[in-house]
Ligand binder design. Structure first.
Ligand code: RIB
Ligand code: CA
Length: 310
């Protein structure tokens, strides 16, 4: 079976970390690069965290590219309290051996897309992708599809209306959703169905692997944050949904929709307006609706267990 040529555009981020480790454990995906963007923490930290994760996964073959340091409009407003000050749970890490590549994230994505059809998993703010569209007109025809974790059909997580990845750069998101490339969107109303509980963290700790121990460790502050905000420690695997969609598309029920992003709005800036009316049933933009968490967790456990034992 042909492997999917994949770039993961990311702001690691502890749930980004799970998504990245899932992708790297899956032979179906040819992960070419991690392109980093400011989001959960600044781009210095997201780029360093990408290098740390590739060291952890033993995948120094994957290119790390630094991307945009700020949204198209305004300033970066980090989510550090959710992912820790360093963006990766504030645990100790050795200095990474995986180097930072010489190319800017946008130029690397364009080069890889020019070489052969490319899939992009976008699991952070969409600034890099908006700049890609502006700097390389027509690049979207070289992209097979963009799987985006972002947005929400009903309630946001940063404001009542806006989800973080969209809220962090609404102008970039609006540009990305108005391009002609096929988009598969994993909004909050889907991702909130995908959670790991303390039993799953204990399973990871007990795997006898560095990946298992570190994944459980970085998710601990995230579990405490969930307890504070949602009243339980079940950690929501937002970003892993983009990778799960690439690996087991039939496991996520989807429907056609038309998606636009509110960039004005005193109270609604960053809202995704997802139009699911029947007229959009055949839209190339597909939106995740439903999944079975038992099936997802079983799949994730099996894949993360593939990393080498101590
Ligand atoms: O709203 C969830 C998204 O915001 C995820 O990508 C998470 O990593 C944060 O960036
Ligand atoms: Ca993210």
């Amino acid at each position: 079976m042909a492997r999917t040529r994949l770039v993961i555009d990311t702001d690691p981020g502890v749930d980004d970390a799970v998504a990245i480790l899932l992708a790297l454990a899956s032979e179906e995906l040819d992960v070419l690069a991690l392109t980093c963007v400011a989001g959960n923490v600044d781009v210095d930290k997201t780029t360093l965290n990408a290098r740390r994760l590739l060291d952890l996964a033993g995948r120094r073959d994957v290119i790390v590219a630094r991307g945009c340091a700020a949204p198209l409009v305004g300033e970066l407003d980090e989510a550090g309290d959710v992912h820790g000050v360093d963006g990766l749970g504030d645990i100790e890490w050795p200095d990474p051996l995986t180097p930072e590549g010489p190319e800017h994230a946008v130029d690397l994505i364009a080069r890889l897309a020019h070489e052969a059809p490319l899939t992009i998993a976008a699991i952070g703010p969409l600034t890099n992708l908006a700049v890609l569209l502006a700097r390389y007109p027509g690049v979207e025809s070289r992209v097979e599809r963009v799987v985006i974790m972002g947005g929400s059909s009903f309630a946001g997580n940063v404001t009542a209306a806006a989800e973080f990845n969209i809220w962090a750069d609404p102008e970039a998101a609006a540009r990305v959703f108005s391009a002609t490339w096929p988009i598969t969107l994993m909004p909050l109303d889907l991702t909130h169905q995908a959670t790991l509980d303390d039993g799953d963290l204990a399973y990871l700790r007990g795997l006898g692997t560095e990946v298992g121990r570190r994944t459980a460790a970085i998710l601990e502050p995230y579990a405490a944050y969930h307890d504070q905000w949602y009243g339980n420690r079940d950690v929501i695997m937002h970003d892993a949904m983009a990778i799960y969609e690439l690996l087991v598309p039939e496991a996520i029920e989807k429907q056609g929709a038309h998606v636009v992003v509110e960039t004005g709005g005193v109270h609604t800036r960053g809202e995704t307006v997802i139009d699911r009316r029947r007229g959009f049933a055949a839209s190339p933009t597909r939106v995740g609706v439903r999944l079975d968490n038992v099936r997802f967790v079983s799949f994730l456990r099996e894949r993360l267990a593939r990393y080498p034992l101590d």
